[in-house]
Every structure is written in C-alpha cells, then in structure tokens.
Design a protein around this ligand. Sequence first.
Ligand code: HEC
Ligand code: HEC
Ligand code: HEC
Ligand code: HEC
Ligand code: HEC
Ligand code: HEC
Length: 179
Amino acid sequence: MIKYIAPLLFLLMLPALGSARWIDDVAIIENPAVGAVGFGHYGHLEALGNNCVFCHNQVFNIDPVKNPPASMTDMEKGRSCGACHNGQKAFSVTENCSSCHPTADIDFSTDAGDALFSHALHTELYGCSDCHPDLFVPDRSQRKIRTMEQMADGLSCGACHDGDTAFSVEENCESCHDM
Ligand code: HEC
Ligand code: HEC
Ligand code: HEC
Ligand code: HEC
Ligand code: HEC
Ligand code: HEC
C-alpha cells in the first residue's frame, strides 16, 4: 500500500502545476503488428487541460508494462485511445489511420534493383484496409517475399498492377525498380 501513496499524491498535485513541459512529449507504444505508435503528451494536455487523470491511471498506467496491448477492435469498443477517439470526444479510430500511424515509404531491395513503395501516394487512393492485412501484413518481421511471377498472378503489388487498375508488373519495370 505504502508504495502507492507517493505516486498518488504526485498525481493529485499535477493539475495545480500549471505546466506539464517537464514530462517528455512523446510516449512510444510498441505494438507487435504495426511497430511503434507515438503518443504526443503536449498536444493532448493542451486539448484536455493539464489533466493527467483523464488518462492516468484508468485508461493508461504510467508504467507501460501494466498496459496490455490493445487492438483496433478493442479501441472501437472504448479501450485505450478509443476511450476518447470515438468520433465524439475526438476523431474516430475507425478512420484517420494516418493521424496516429504515419506511414513511411517501404524500400524493397531486389536482384533487379530497389523497388520503392510510396504509402503517401497510395493512401491518397486507398484506405489501409484495401491492403492490410490481406495483401500485406503491416509488420516487417512477417514479410512474405513475392516473386514477379506471383505478382503477375495477382499477389502483392500485382493485385492492382495488372494493366487494368494500375500499370502492369509484366512491363514498366523501371516505374518501380531503380535499375
Ligand atoms: C490523453 C491521455 C494522456 C494524458 C492526459 C496524460 N498521459 Fe501520460 N501517457 C499516456 C500514454 C498513452 C502513455 C504511454 C503508455 C504506454 O506506454 O503504454 C503515457 C505515458 C506516461 C508516462 C510514462 C513515460 C513514458 O515515456 O512512457 C509518464 C511519466 C506520464 N505519461 C506522465 C503523465 C503526466 C504527468 C500527465 C499530466 C501532466 C500525463 N501523463 C497526461 C497518455 C496520457
Ligand atoms: C482522454 C481523451 C483522449 C485519449 C485517451 C486519447 N486522446 Fe488523442 N486526442 C484527444 C483530444 C480531445 C484531441 C484533440 C481533438 C481532436 O483532434 O479530435 C486529440 C488529438 C489527437 C491527435 C491529433 C493532435 C496531436 O496531438 O497530434 C492525435 C495524433 C492523437 N490524439 C493520438 C492519440 C493516441 C495515439 C492515443 C492513444 C495512445 C490517444 N490520442 C488517446 C483526446 C484523447
Ligand atoms: C487515435 C489513434 C489511432 C488511430 C486513429 C488508429 N490507430 Fe491503429 N493503433 C493505435 C495504437 C496506439 C496502436 C497500438 C495499441 C497497443 O499496442 O496497445 C494501434 C494498433 C494498430 C494495429 C495493430 C493491432 C490490431 O488491431 O491488429 C493495426 C493493424 C492498426 N492499428 C491499424 C489501424 C488502422 C487501419 C486505422 C484506421 C482505420 C488505425 N489503426 C487508426 C492508434 C490508432
Ligand atoms: C496500396 C497498398 C497499401 C496501402 C493502401 C497501405 N499500405 Fe501499409 N504497407 C504496404 C506495403 C506494401 C507494406 C510493406 C509490406 C511488407 O513489408 O511486406 C506496408 C507496410 C506497412 C507498415 C509496416 C511498416 C514497416 O516499416 O514495416 C505499417 C505500420 C503500415 N503499412 C500501415 C499502414 C496504414 C496505417 C495505412 C493506411 C493509412 C496503410 N499502411 C496503407 C501497402 C499499403
Ligand atoms: C490496392 C491497389 C494497389 C496496390 C496493392 C499497389 N498499387 Fe501501386 N498504384 C496503384 C494505383 C491505382 C496507382 C496509380 C495509377 C497508375 O499509375 O497506374 C499506383 C501507382 C504506383 C506507382 C506510380 C507512382 C507515380 O509516381 O506515379 C508506383 C511506383 C507504384 N504504384 C508501386 C507499387 C508497388 C511497388 C506496389 C507493391 C509493393 C504497389 N504499387 C501496390 C494501386 C496499387
Ligand atoms: C508495381 C511495381 C513493380 C513493377 C512494375 C515491377 N516490379 Fe519487380 N518487384 C517489385 C517489388 C515490390 C519486388 C519485391 C517483392 C518482395 O520482396 O516481396 C520486386 C521483385 C523483383 C525481383 C526479385 C524477385 C523475382 O521475381 O526474382 C525481380 C528480379 C524483379 N522484381 C524484376 C522485375 C522486372 C524485370 C520487371 C519488369 C518486367 C518488374 N520487376 C516490374 C515491384 C515491381
């Protein structure tokens, strides 16, 4: 019991401190499927007032080890970020994926030179679920390496790059490969 009293007093004092700039801005949540997701404290404290108790420790324990990993489905049911990101208190977790998951370009290195995949370009045309998780598991450690032959049969990039939806993988090599 004793060991909880100090942190509890500490949390109760916080709203009175006026400024929270003494804590680190970004907390990183490591997720096995999508990697690191950054959470910005300062932006939230501005939006919510310097009110740590909105999140600590009901929604998130300040000790990361005590937060069980949440899936997006859990969040849709009100857990984790979904406690507020429900389309009412704040923008919903059912869309706006890239607000919380900034997507970097993916560099595939191949025998025919590097092939660069631009998330930015493709997410202007498609939602995340058009590609994840059926076409591509969003996790490098589970990457399935595909050949051009498999792509010509409709897997990976070839699901769209078939000469119909988008330019074909059976030609245009240099549109994708840095040869
Ligand atoms: C909108 C929700 C929210 C509010 C408000 C909030 N936090 Fe956090 N805090 C988080 C999240 C999310 C994490 C990361 C939890 C994890 O790693 O599982 C975190 C982590 C932390 C950590 C652990 C350090 C780290 O980098 O992992 C500390 C310390 C902390 N918060 C302090 C505070 C204090 C002090 C306040 C008030 C001034 C505050 N937080 C307000 C959501 C919030
Ligand atoms: C206690 C309520 C609450 C919780 C919990 C919460 N947020 Fe927010 N969040 C807000 C509010 C309010 C805003 C500002 C209004 C808006 O943008 O809709 C916001 C804005 C944001 C923004 C855009 C502005 C910025 O700071 O960059 C991001 C990104 C974001 N939240 C991510 C997260 C993530 C990731 C989590 C979970 C780890 C989370 N939030 C948990 C309330 C919350
Ligand atoms: C408010 C911020 C926020 C938004 C918006 C958001 N996510 Fe997430 N997402 C997270 C956080 C934080 C985690 C990691 C949670 C954890 O590990 O506890 C996560 C985890 C995931 C995961 C791994 C867990 C799982 O559900 O399989 C996937 C996949 C994912 N997000 C995809 C998406 C997609 C697709 C969208 C848009 C429909 C989206 N996210 C919108 C914050 C967000
Ligand atoms: C047109 C298809 C496509 C769309 C749309 C798409 N992605 Fe991806 N994504 C990919 C490909 C391809 C990879 C790399 C897969 C691999 O490594 O096997 C990837 C990888 C990822 C990864 C893992 C990153 C890494 O460094 O390994 C994350 C996280 C991710 N995507 C999130 C998203 C989110 C969030 C959205 C929506 C905003 C989205 N993606 C939309 C194709 C797409
Ligand atoms: C869900 C469908 C879809 C998937 C999957 C997809 N693309 Fe695309 N891609 C498109 C569409 C649509 C365009 C734009 C139309 C066009 O250029 O024919 C495009 C355009 C491109 C472009 C042209 C960019 C420019 O500068 O104009 C490149 C390069 C590209 N894709 C690479 C890839 C790679 C590499 C993969 C696999 C890792 C991939 N795409 C997977 C639909 C997709
Ligand atoms: C839509 C983009 C795209 C086009 C067009 C494309 N490739 Fe690829 N290619 C890729 C990607 C991405 C990979 C890596 C796939 C992986 O690792 O899962 C790859 C892998 C390869 C590989 C290694 C795998 C294998 O099949 O041996 C070779 C060689 C290759 N491409 C040659 C070519 C040639 C030759 C062309 C033109 C006839 C071509 N590619 C057209 C995106 C493309």
